[in-house]
Design a protein around this ligand. Structure first.
Ligand SMILES: Nc1ncnc2c1ncn2[C@@H]1O[C@H](COP(=O)(O)OP(=O)(O)OP(=O)(O)O)[C@@H](O)[C@H]1O
Length: 238
C-alpha cells in the first residue's frame, strides 16, 4: 500500500526549457523564445508585458498548441502538450483552453449566439443553449443575440468573443491584447468581464497587454524580457 499521497501539481501551466526558433526568410534561424521556467497556478491571473516583436504572441500560440516548440516542455493541467499529435493538440485545446484574439476572429456568417454555441461545440462537443444565452447576458448582449458580427460595434464583437472563449468551460484562458482594438470605455468593460469571469469560474488567465493601466489590474505582472533568455534589447533573437 502506498502511504504517500500522490503529489498534486497545483500548476495549471508549467513550462520548462522551452525553445522556439523560426526559419528566417533570408535563411538561417531566429531564436525567439528561450524560457527556462514559467508557471501559472490554478486560478491565478497573470499579465504579460514586453516589447513589440519580443515573442508574446508566439508564447501564447505555443501554449495553445497552435505552434509546436523547437524543444522543451509545456504541461497544461498535468498533460504534456509537446507529446501530442496535431489532432491531439486540437482536441486538447478545444477542451481546455479559451483564446481571446486581439482581432476577435468571430465567424462573420453566424450570429452572436451561434458564435458562442460554436465555441461550445468545439469544447465539450455538446451545446448547452442555456449557458450560451447566459454568457451573452453576462457580457451584456442578450438583446444582440441574433446580430451578426458586422452588425455589432467593435466593443460588442470583443464581448461576444469573450463569451465564445468561455463557452467551452476552459481551464486556462489566453488573451492576446484583448483591449487593443476597443475604445477606452469598452476596454474597461472587456477587462472587467475577463477578470471577473475567470475569478468566478476559477479559470487561470494569461493576458498579454501593452497597457500599464491594464497590467496594474493584475496581482502578478511578468515581463517577457525577465523570463526569456533569447531577449535582446535590439529585438528578439538578435
Ligand atoms: N512564422 C514566423 N516565421 C518567422 N518569424 C516569425 C514567425 N512568427 C513570428 N516570427 C518572429 O518572431 C518574433 C516574435 O513575434 P511575436 O508576434 O511573438 O511578437 P510579440 O511580442 O507578440 O509582438 P507584438 O507585441 O508586436 O504583437 C518576431 O521577430 C517575428 O518576426
Amino acid at each position: 500500500m502506498n502511504c504517500h499521497p500522490a503529489k498534486v501539481n497545483s500548476d495549471m501551466l508549467a513550462i520548462e526549457n522551452l525553445i522556439k526558433r523560426f526559419d528566417q526568410p533570408g535563411g538561417g534561424e531566429l531564436t525567439v523564445l528561450d524560457v527556462p521556467q514559467f508557471n501559472i497556478a490554478v486560478g491565478e491571473q497573470v499579465a504579460l508585458i514586453g516589447q513589440s516583436g519580443g515573442g508574446k504572441t508566439t508564447l501564447l500560440h505555443l501554449i495553445a498548441g497552435m505552434l509546436t516548440a523547437t524543444s522543451g516542455s509545456i504541461r497544461i493541467n498535468n498533460l504534456e502538450l509537446t507529446r501530442l499529435s496535431e489532432q491531439g493538440r486540437d482536441r486538447f485545446r478545444a477542451g481546455t483552453i479559451g483564446y481571446v484574439f486581439q482581432t476577435f476572429n468571430l465567424l462573420p456568417a453566424f450570429s452572436a449566439l451561434e458564435n458562442v454555441k460554436l465555441g461550445m461545440s468545439f469544447g465539450s462537443g455538446s451545446v448547452d443553449a442555456t449557458r450560451a444565452s447566459d454568457l451573452l447576458d453576462r457580457v451584456g448582449l442578450s438583446d444582440r443575440a441574433h446580430y451578426r458580427p458586422n452588425q455589432l460595434s467593435v466593443g460588442q464583437q470583443q464581448r461576444v468573443a469573450i463569451a465564445r472563449a468561455l463557452a467551452g468551460r476552459p481551464k486556462l484562458l489566453l488573451a492576446d491584447e484583448p483591449t487593443a482594438n476597443v475604445d477606452p470605455a469598452s476596454a474597461d468593460t472587456v477587462l472587467n468581464l475577463i477578470i471577473d469571469s475567470c475569478r468566478d469560474e476559477n479559470i487561470s488567465l494569461l493576458m498579454v497587454t501593452h497597457s500599464m493601466d491594464v497590467a496594474q489590474r493584475f496581482q502578478r505582472c511578468d515581463k517577457l524580457e525577465d523570463i526569456n533568455r533569447a531577449f535582446s534589447p535590439l529585438g528578439a533573437g538578435t
